[in-house]
Design a protein around this ligand. Structure first.
Ligand SMILES: C[S@@+](CC[C@H](N)C(=O)[O-])C[C@H]1O[C@@H](n2cnc3c(N)ncnc32)[C@H](O)[C@@H]1O
Length: 387
């Protein structure tokens, strides 16, 4: 059943334009979101790194401002190319900016500028995801309103750019085993690999554990978690060079992947122990909910279309495809701080008892022991009735 899993999480309170602590080809995946050029909340950060930017703003020269801001991000993209292993993916959440200068309203195409640089330095571009946030202001309009030839389309989407260093990743025999254990469910694949995501809200945070700031620029936990499930296997290392409040690390812990973060703002760059410990409960709840959603999907499918063909080998519940037979659920069970910025996470298992046939009342037990939970005898300390 579940394998022995331990993950490690390092945070460097430093500038990601030079990630000197990281060796070439040492991380498997990058999940990140930079400060967005031309969005006013980031003007001062960019201005601190390059005082010439404040000058362009004062002089009302937006194209020069745009160019200088991206020139500050480019070295980080160069660094992620260096530290990614061949076949490793980078997923970059970025929004374009709309802003008026000198009375002229315009769009500043951050996603195109970043993609252009990524391609230039050798990344292979893959289909991107359009993240469309459910709007809470459907009647919002900009420009001339109902009068033609002067109104602007409302910008309600961001991008998740997806690029890869070189060709397909090769998996060692040991990685092939971890890859099978890291499979996602068939019904999850259908949502995750769609090129438009409409089901992730911009503001909602399942796990609110960051150090916080007045206007948190955190991306949603679900966004990072989903990308990690899609593009890394258990035990891999995920890098976020713009770590912020640490959403990527929380998602990596939940997914059973290790993580590394770089964060330049000294007010951030720390995972507060008491908050993160509390988040463990949410992470366990989230994993239970994922399994519960699958069991519900399987029941609904069988009621409508007949028996599913395969069973998961570890837990016995039904799955749609052969590829889901080895999926293992590892529950984060304990976080240990070696230092302020070096954290280790241990995992326990979920043991599934009972049948997944309608009405049979299967039970998932959560085992909070750290090592080889499935092989260790002893009563689980909590039982959750699933249906
Ligand atoms: C959009 S926020 C990232 C938010 C993050 N995804 C989260 O969920 O909290 C961008 C972050 O990058 C940081 N940053 C900007 N330039 C940086 C650099 N050169 N090196 C490291 N961090 C940087 C900013 O301080 C900010 O916290």
């Amino acid at each position: 059943m579940p394998t022995e899993l331990q993950t490690r999480h390092r945070i460097y309170p430093a500038d990601a334009r030079q990630m000197a602590a990281l060796a070439d080809a040492s991380v498997n995946l990058v999940v990140t979101s930079p400060p967005y050029p031309m969005i006013a909340m980031w003007d001062s950060l960019f201005g601190d790194l390059d005082p010439g930017i404040s000058q362009t703003l004062a002089e009302g020269r937006p194209q020069a401002m745009f160019a200088r801001m991206h020139a500050l991000l480019d070295p980080v993209w160069d660094e992620i190319y260096r530290v990614l292993r061949p076949g490793g993916f980078a997923c970059i959440n970025i929004g374009d900016a709309v802003r008026s200068f000198n009375g002229e309203f315009g769009l500043y195409t951050n996603h195109a500028r970043i993609l252009d640089h990524l391609q230039r330095i050798g990344f292979t571009c893959l289909p991107a995801i359009l993240w469309r946030k459910p709007t809470n202001a459907p009647t919002k309009f900009m420009g001339s309103g109902m009068l033609p030839a002067g109104a602007y389309v409302t910008l309600e989407h961001e991008y998740i750019l997806i690029v890869r260093k070189g060709g397909k990743r090769r998996f060692s025999p040991e990685e092939q085993r971890r890859r099978r254990e890291s499979a996602i469910f068939w019904e999850e694949r259908n949502t995750f690999f769609s090129d438009v995501w409409t089901d992730i809200r911009g503001s909602r945070q399942i796990l609110e554990v960051g150090a916080g700031r007045d206007r948190s620029a955190a991306f949603p936990f679900e966004l990072a978690y989903r990308l990690i499930l899609m593009y890394a296997i258990k035990g891999d290392t995920v890098l976020d060079p713009f770590w912020g409040t640490g959403t990527t690390t929380l998602a990596a812990i939940t997914a059973g992947r290790s993580s590394i973060g770089y964060e330049i703002d000294p007010a951030l760059g720390r995972l507060a122990a008491e908050n993160a410990q509390a988040a463990l409960v949410n992470m366990q709840g989230l994993l239970h909910a994922r399994l519960e959603a699958h069991l519900q999907f399987a029941r609904d499918w069988e009621a409508r279309k007949g028996p599913l063909k395969y069973r998961n080998r570890h837990y016995g519940f039904k799955v749609m495809t052969r590829q889901e037979q080895e999926i293992v659920f590892d529950l984060p069970s304990a976080l240990m701080w070696a230092t302020d910025d070096d954290i280790v996470c241990d995992y326990g298992g979920i043991a599934f008892h009972g049948s997944d046939h309608p009405g049979d009342g299967g039970v998932v037990e959560e085992q909070t022991t750290n090592r080889n939970p499935a092989r260790r005898p002893g009563a689980p300390d909590r039982q959750r009735k699933l249906f």
